[in-house]
Design a protein around this ligand. Sequence first.
Ligand code: AHR
Length: 547
Amino acid sequence: MDRRDFLRTTLLAGASMTLAPRRTTAADARIDILLDEPIGRIDPNVYGHFVEHLGGVVYDGIWVGEGSRIRNTGGLRQALVDHMRRIPASVIRWPGGCFADSYDWRDGIGPPEARPRRTNFWAEGMPERPDGPWKYDPNHFGTNEFVRFVRECRGEPYLAANLRSLPARDFYQWIEYCNSPAGSTTLAELRARGGMPEPMQVRFWGVGNETWGCGGNLTAEEYAVEYRKFTAWVPRYGTPLSFIGSGPNGGDLNWTRRFFQTLTAKGEGALGSLWGWALHHYSWNVSRGATTDWDKGKGDALVYTTDEWYELLHQANLMESLITAHWAVMGEIDRRHRVKLVVDEWGTWHKPGSEVHPSHHLGQQSTIRDALVAGLTLDTFHRHADKVVMANIAQLVNCLQALFLTDGDKFLVTPTYHVFAMYAPHVGGQAVRTQVSAPQVSYARVNDRGTVVGLAGSASVTDRTLTLTVVNTHATDACETTIALRGARAASARATVLTATDIHAHNTFDRPNVVTPQDVGLTVGAAGAVTHRFPPASVTRLSLQLG
Ligand code: AHR
């Protein structure tokens, strides 16, 4: 089965291992930071999140209800909100994903007790899982609750509109509901009755989701026509609206090309209606060349070999070529590159079995391996800060590469959460070109050998602070590295490291601090030279004060 079939089926059907002793390589690595070569400002929205009505994301993860014994603020899980305030404030995408294209936003407004109960898009795909709000959605978490959650997290809402099963009129009326001035329209009054009289000023709007699959099973040409229709007229109320088009499945360059061609068939002015082009990329196939089957290719979240470790990290690194390839194709028509890339779904997707509660469909545990995927991916976005203006890890809680896991009143942060916290100083900084020279790591695939970069990273400057983040992908070897600054000198330096002695290490409700960042000492040499030994299987942040 491929991913498209998986989504279509859902739509229609309604060893641990012991590590070798650690050693330090003799091989030197070198990182050159070229301060005179700026790339672009790192947009805070690159640290965005994704919340779908799927398994335990909304009901349990975020929404516990006002009467809950779980600590909450107006029904929102307090521990989650508290932790969201400790990582970069960013955009949060909702209500899907595939769910978005069967969601009627009118079901989620008005008095909660009067809202209808509806069959969730994912319900048919989870017959063996217990019944509950994840199957029959009571709509207690609707537009007002979501926007309140986002504001509590100090973020920005990003709403994904239903293109498959609602007409364009519903799209512009949802905008009217959210953004029309207090008291101006019937919908603004409805919004006010839900406790939000002032306009929500929602800026980001997704026009469909995965329209090549669950979002309508369209051709690129068919979608482009729908896109033009949906965006031909919408009310703005003084809020600059940023529309995001449903982009390709991974490396499908033809989807991008054909969409851009048809979008502009009546003139290049249509590019002005497209702010961002959404790319989705999941790291999931650890079969090392044995299969491309969507189910068979996946591996366990907790049990994997060292070769599978490398294969997954290699998959994460494909993000780089996806960005540059789609960017080049977009440039064939959008020569001035007015339209930017939005990677609004990314992360790891392992096979079922490690979820912390049976209702958590697509839920999975998250190890230090997932943390390295997060570090590699965020560093890739920084290196393309001129192209990528938003990204949303899938998904926030209890699903795929989550930052948080919950089960009733139990709550933990995953290693991926720590990467988001460690990388915070990059946000808003000026990304600068960084050259990494390090040995490649070779590993066994079924019929050949694979390679993955040994070290990868990115650098940015904010005022006189240089932030360098580096991932050492090697499962067993540390890497002694010289860090050279071109165009400045380091006066002092600090390091924070996320690593573990076991490549399967993860946090559990009983042992929530197995993988947590540690501060380590770092000295700056006489001539401003910095050397650092990056531990194996690690994500490191260096903070350098420039002299
Ligand atoms: O994140 C889970 C699903 O993956 C989303 O609903 C869909 O857009 C993608 O295929």
